[in-house]
Design a binder for this molecule. Sequence first.
Ligand SMILES: Nc1nc2c(ncn2[C@@H]2O[C@H](COP(=O)(O)OP(=O)(O)OP(=O)(O)O)[C@@H](O)[C@H]2O)c(=O)[nH]1
Length: 502
Amino acid sequence: MTVKFDVMVLIRALLVGLAFYAGARLGVTQTITPEGIAILWPPNAVLLSAFLLFPYRQWPWLGVAALLAECLADVPAFPLWAALGFGLTNLFEVALAAWLIRRAVGEQFDFDRLRSGAYFLLYGPFLASALAALAGAAIYVLLDRADSGYWALWRVWWFGDALGLLLLTPLIVVMWHWLEKGLPRINWPAVGELLVLSSLLIGLGIMIFSEGTRGEPGFHLTAIVLLPFSAWAAFRFGVRGAAITVVIIAVLAVGFMVRGSHPYTDYAPQLAVWLMQEYLAVVALVSVGLAILLEEIRTQRNQLEQRVRERTRKLEEANLRLKEQASIDYLTGIANRRHFYHIAQRELKRRTVSGGAISLILFDVDHFKEVNDRFGHDVGDMVLNRIVDAVKETIRPLDMFGRFGGEEFLILLPDVPQDIAVKVAERIRKGLEALQISHEDQIIEVTVSLGVAQWDGCSTLDELITQVDKALYEAKALGRNHVQAVSPVLDVVQAPVSPGKA
Ligand SMILES: Nc1nc2c(ncn2[C@@H]2O[C@H](COP(=O)(O)OP(=O)(O)OP(=O)(O)O)[C@@H](O)[C@H]2O)c(=O)[nH]1
């Protein structure tokens, strides 16, 4: 691992060092009972949060800063070798916990998943603190100051460190992530609710922790009364809210206890501290755990909704494609017979009510079999496509163009009487006659025969198609490359048949 100098890292290390020093001073001066029993050790949470939040390459700087801070805080009370020993023990504890947690959870650590909460709990307060306590207790024994045995010292170190990590790490980590996103807009109703919640919590906390029971009869509020308040914070303000209330409760509980006032005054001092540690651990686990659980449910619900949205979009796209496939002729891309019928029937129905002319053209490629036979089916397909393209350019966008089947095509012309439709058909005939389709070094020429009919206002579509089919048959009979309209009989528009045409 290369250690690179960076001003940002130096500032971070300085801040971590200062916070660690403040935590250590707080630990030494504000968390030890009058009987000399330490309740919790806050600074390790500062370093653990930093190790969880910042890249591995910054760890050496942060670690050195914390080590110096520990020595500065301890030296007034302990010899330098012991201060250094405590510092290295804490460093080992935090580095081990952070490394294991990040390995298990991934590099982006936050208290937003049950998984991260569970691994934090397992590797931090449970494992790393208990292991570091083996060394911490040994240093105390070597100092020869303590009147209790090695395992009692081990337990005091473990519980104190574990509680410090448990209470403060979630707060520091979630606050860091929160501030990282930039200062949020102030939500005044939420601020109001938070004020009410914290006032109630602080008021009740003071009542509960300032009062020693001392076996007096009568009504006593117990510390568990505060639990619903941190649950309230968890529900309404997430992990941040829960972590803040947990710290408020801890500050009140520890603050009063080190001044000799707490709800466990009936018990021996050591047991009273255990009970307090147990109480604070339960409050932290329940509140922060509940907040993480809610966050996890919210995240999973969002992910699920996102997946449902994505699937629905894909399904709609597939439906659209299916609809298109069901209505479009696969070869030419114009309406297939089914879709053409659907649209044409709708048009006729509309005109039954509103009136207005409507005409139909049916055309067929002349001697198309010869094209297939001479050039092959693929070239035949290409020729059909070129015919369709040419016809599309001749008709209006609102005319309905569809493939009737094979080399037969239908065109529905709304608001067009038969005489105009005949002119359109003639334009198509001429256009296709003039079309020169090149294939390799040859030119393929085609002609079409067209039947035209105007709807009489009452026939069905099938009847109209039968009529126009008859006209087409007549056009074919007239020698192909003709337009033939149905009765009322219009003049047959005949074109000279060019000898080279297929
Ligand atoms: N390449 C190709 N040929 C098709 C397609 N659909 C139908 N055909 C062919 O079109 C030809 C139609 O032949 P016929 O019904 O005998 O009509 P024709 O040869 O055009 O003769 P007339 O209509 O009497 O002028 C047949 O060879 C069919 O195989 C298609 O999608 N692609």
